[in-house]
Write a protein that binds this ligand. Sequence first.
Ligand code: DX5
Ligand code: ZN
Length: 215
Amino acid sequence: MIFAPSLLGADLLNLGEEVRRVESWGAEWIHFDQMDGHFVPNISFGPAFVAAVRKKTDLFLDVHLMLSDPMNYIDAFADAGADGITVHAEAAEPAAVLEKIRARGLRAGICVNPGTPASVLKPLLPMADLALIMTVQPGFGGQKMRRECLLKAAEIRAMTEAARHPVLIEADGGINEGNAREVLDAGVDVLVMGTGLFRAEDPAGVIAEIRGGRA
Ligand code: DX5
Ligand code: ZN
């Protein structure tokens, strides 16, 4: 299992310190939620934030583009130092964008919102290395996980095994110490966690509990 703390939940006035904290928790990735105020009703970060964090850490930078038209931003995030870029199946030209992400040598991810069936991913998964399941309506941290979305993990696994093209399965939204075991048992490999870690008393302890299978 991989932990991807979402900086949307971090203390943005102390981003450098927050990156150090994430490293001290033993997390493997840092999740960046990029929002354009159009695809989702919020605006966040940008390539400059990724570039600034890139200078501070070797952790895998997992960029989640909640943009209506992501094609125009792939180079900017790749140049900023992203290791993986995930785009939405509901956004513009997902197949072409996945190929562009791969052409930049990055891990290509495809994401579905809660209201989008996993079957939409069938033509896109062959071009992807990762599938991201939104377990909240995207736009804001701190929401309650929608557990019915977890059923998509098994559907995605079935599609990729049939095509003999395994992908990492990531879940994003409302994940915390209390429900992480259920998320992992549904077949999810990567846990995006914002408030579930940044607002926890002992984030490193939360990760250790989940890793130890005790949570
Ligand atoms: C929501 C973002 C999520 C969010 C997760 O649009 O995509 O990554 O930051 O935050 P929590 O874990 O607080 O739901
Ligand atoms: Zn996200």
